[in-house]
Structure formats: C-alpha cells, structure tokens
Design a protein around this ligand. Structure first.
Ligand code: PMP
Length: 353
C-alpha cells in the first residue's frame, strides 16, 4: 500500500475505460462512439468560442444549455441538470440519492461504472438477474431497496424495455429514486422523460457522446423534478462549480439546435446496424435485437475471446467482456457502412475459414 494514500483509496477498484489506441487505419468498433463527425454547426460554435473569452470562467449554471434542453424536451429549465459527461451526472446522482443504509438494485449485466460508484461512495448493491432472454424483468424490482439504477437500452446487451415496463419499476419504488440511464436511447428506445412530471422519484440521464457524436466534448444531462435537480446541484457545487467550459456549453447548444443533422445521422446508424445484424445472422451469429448503436452477438462454434483476438490481428477492435455472464458475447459498435462491410467480410473469412 502506498504510504501517501488514504485507507479508502487503497480499497477502490476503478473503472477501466475501453481501449483508445492511437494507431491509424484501425477500425474502431469497441467503445460505441459515433462513426460520423459532429454537426458542422457544432464545430462553428466551438471555433467561435476559441478566443479571448476563454480568460473568463463560464456560466456556472450552464443556463444556455439548460434552456436549450428544456425547450427541446418540453420541461422547465429547473428540471434539467448538466455535467461533464453522463458519467459525472451518474456519479453525482449516486452520491446525492444512494448514499444511505439500504442496498440499491441494479441488473447483473449493466454498465460496469455503476459498481465503481457504489464502491467509491460505500453504497451496497444487490445484483438482480436478467430473465432467460437477457432482458430486465420489472417484477424483480419490487423488493425493498435504497434505489434502482437501470440502463435503457441496457448496456452491453442493447435490449430496450418498453416505456410501460420502465414505468412499472418507477411505480414499484415510490419512496426511492429510480435512475434510468438512457445513453443509447436515441437509437431506438422510448425515453422516460415523458414520465418525469408524473413521478417525483424518476431521474432520466442522457449524453451527447453517442447520438450527437460528441464523446470528446464530455457533456451529459439529467431530467427530473426540481427537488432531484436541486440535490444534484448541491453535490455538483460541493465538487466543481464549473463542470462545463464555454466550449462545451456552446457546442452542446449547437448540437441540440441542429435537429436535421441529428435525425439524418441517427437514421443512418440504425440502418447500418440492421444491415450488419442481417449479415451476422447469415454467418450464424446469434444477434440480440438492438435498440442501441452496437450489437451484442455470439457464435455457436467460435469463442468470443478468439474472435476478438482474430479481429484485432486484422486491425479491427471490438469489445469482449470477461465477466462470466457475458463472456460468450462480443459487443460490436456500429461504424460507417464501409467499416461494417469490412468487419462482416473479415468475420466471414474467419468463420468460413
Ligand atoms: N451510460 C452508459 C450505459 C454508457 O455505456 C456510457 C458510455 N460508456 C455512459 C453512460 C457514459 O457516457 P458519457 O460519460 O460519455 O456521457
């Protein structure tokens, strides 16, 4: 143990981010980034900020962005919280609502950062099994708990719960916060934002990293009733009053304003996903129906770890998780049509030998 660390730091097991190699000409389908550039309006807005104004602190409330999000989603500005990527928004939500004596509920297969936050803040978690089709079963979230976190669509399965089933979970826990992480919702699931007015315990978290192609900008947000947003603001202002810089605020506002670009790119990713799913099924992969910008697949004859390694040797990166529930699967992010065609051709060569 490092003598300069606190006792607590030594017990942490941090999140290990997906690989971000600096090799060119690699087909990178491992961390669910958008294969397309952000809107040109985002680039123009960011460029316009890159001047003398950077001497000055940004607006600590990020009011322009809250305003843009509130009109886009039809909620009040006081029902919007923004942060440095949805990772930070989720961390603040865990801190604000889940630090307490009772364990929270989360699916066994989910975004692995949730368990990291639990360890960071000393929150106990009960892992709730998925059903046999790898789906989240709302009936398993009825038991007493300190709160619930789910991703919808779930990660890394890509499976989406219909809105009524999300609502059943929210309704089953009226005295606990239910956190719905919608990082991938724009690729084919229904957002729970429409339920926020009806449920004081529902907090919906989204990101600009995926459907808006801004993973490098680091902007995420939450929508919930004002008492929940107030809790998040308290944690934020106890930690970093300026999580978003001028560049982040301006870029994110411009992304929200360019609806046409957003819709075109999102539709393109969905079309490519469906095409790739068909190609993989023809290669006898089992492909879970995806509502996200990735596919979760496995092959009856080829081990996932071997396929990931064979792809890596041919300069294609996909994600393989070692946890026992999902180690037979590969998660493949949707790239451009050309990238996915290359992936399918390489997989065909490996499988048909
Ligand atoms: N939630 C889920 C389910 C994710 O997969 C990710 C991306 N790894 C995030 C949240 C965090 O995204 P970001 O911090 O880039 O907004």
């Amino acid at each position: 143990m490092n003598p300069f660390w606190s006792r607590h730091v030594g017990t942490l097991t941090p999140y290990v981010p997906g690989e971000q190699p600096r090799i060119e000409q690699l087909i990178k389908l491992n961390t669910n980034e958008n294969p397309y550039p952000p809107s040109p309006r985002v680039i123009a807005a960011i460029t316009a900020q890159a001047g003398d104004g950077l001497r000055l602190y940004p607006d600590p409330q990020s009011s322009a962005l809250k305003q843009a999000l509130s009109s886009y989603y039809g909620v009040a500005p006081g029902e919007v919280f923004v942060g440095n990527g949805s990772d930070e928004v989720l961390a603040h939500a865990f801190h604000a609502f889940f630090v307490q004596d009772t364990p929270i509920l989360m699916p066994t297969v989910s975004y692995s950062f949730y368990q990291v936050y639990c360890r960071l803040y000393g929150i106990e978690a009960v892992q709730v099994a998925l059903d046999e089709a790898m789906r989240i079963d709302p009936d398993r979230y009825r038991r007493p708990c300190g709160g619930v976190v789910i991703a919808n669509p779930n990660a890394p399965t890509g499976l989406a719960l219909p809105l009524e089933e999300v609502e059943r979970i929210v309704r089953a826990q009226p005295d606990r916060v239910v956190l719905v992480d919608e990082a991938y919702v724009d690729f084919g699931a229904e957002t729970a934002i429409s339920l926020v007015r009806a449920y004081p315990n529902l907090l919906v978290v989204q990101t600009f990293s995926k459907s808006r192609a801004l993973a490098g900008l680091r902007v995420g947000f939450a929508i919930g009733q004002p008492h929940l947003i107030e809790g998040l603001e308290r944690v934020k202002d106890s930690f970093n009053s300026y999580p978003l810089g001028r560049i982040e605020i301006a870029g994110a506002v411009a992304a929200i304003e360019d609806e046409d670009y957003f819709q075109r790119r999102r539709a393109q990713v969905i079309a490519t996903r469906e095409q790739l799913a068909g190609q993989l099924r023809r290669l006898r992969f089992e492909v879970l129906p995806s509502a996200a910008n990735f596919l979760f697949v496995r092959h009856p004859e080829h081990r996932a770890a071997d396929l990931a390694q064979a792809l890596r040797e041919r300069a294609i990166l996909v994600r393989h998780f070692k946890s026992p529930e999902i180690e037979t699967y590969l998660r493949i992010s949707i790239g451009t049509d050309d990238e996915c065609a290359r992936l399918a051709a390489v997989l065909a060569a490996i499988i048909e030998g």
